[in-house]
Design a binder for this molecule. Structure first.
Ligand code: SF4
Length: 191
């Protein structure tokens, strides 16, 4: 007996469906410390309409967020705060490093400024520029969405989780505020 299917049937895997939900409901945690923060605020304004990408609801509690956006330079004294907030965010979580300062220290090549936050927390996307324009940050969010979809919720993320947990353990062993990168931390990548 022939079975008549209703119109507009979509077939997918549960894993892909969950990834699709995740990537379209990002909850940003702004960690804005300097001039890049102004462009971050502009990105959240109505002109750029982040709601198109499901990422318009900025929260200031790490427990309610899954996307850390570090916008601006991070000084050594601030580093323990950044580490603490990152550790308070639940998995799965992602991080965007916005601007030259967050990614490499930028022009502030000094002992007082962190020369790349990826020495201390895992970064998923780097946004080049000084400062990057809102369109660039939006592009990084779109790229991150692709990455989330590719990773999936099971195999890819499981592997990534192990890396993150390893790095988080390294962070916990690191004296807070120390300038030394944790063992096994990725090298700083210039944007
Ligand atoms: S990258 Fe440029 S705009 Fe951004 S915080 Fe550094 S100096 Fe400011």
């Amino acid at each position: 007996m022939a079975v008549e299917l209703p119109e507009n049937v979509v077939v997918s895997k549960l894993d892909q469906l969950a990834s699709w939900c995740r990537k379209n409901s990002l909850w940003p945690m702004p960690f804005a410390t300097a001039c890049c923060g102004i462009e971050l605020m502009a990105t959240g304004a109505s002109r750029h309409d982040l709601a198109r990408f499901g990422a318009e609801v900025f929260r200031f509690s790490p427990r309610q967020c899954d996307l850390m956006i570090v916008a601006g330079r991070v000084v050594m004294k601030m580093l323990p705060v950044l580490q603490r907030i990152w550790q308070q965010m639940h998995e799965p979580k992602w991080c965007i490093s916005m601007g030259a300062c967050a990614s490499t220290g930028g022009v502030f090549d000094t002992y007082a400024v962190v020369q790349g936050i990826d020495r201390f927390i895992p970064v998923d996307m780097y946004v080049p520029g000084c400062p990057p324009r809102p369109e660039q940050l939006i592009q990084s969010i779109i790229d991150l969405q692709d990455k989330i979809q590719r990773e999936g919720t099971l195999q890819g993320k499981e592997f990534d989780l192990k890396n993150r947990q390893g790095l988080n353990r390294a962070l916990l062993e690191l004296p807070l505020g120390s300038g030394a990168p944790p063992q096994g931390a990725p090298a700083t990548v210039a944007p």
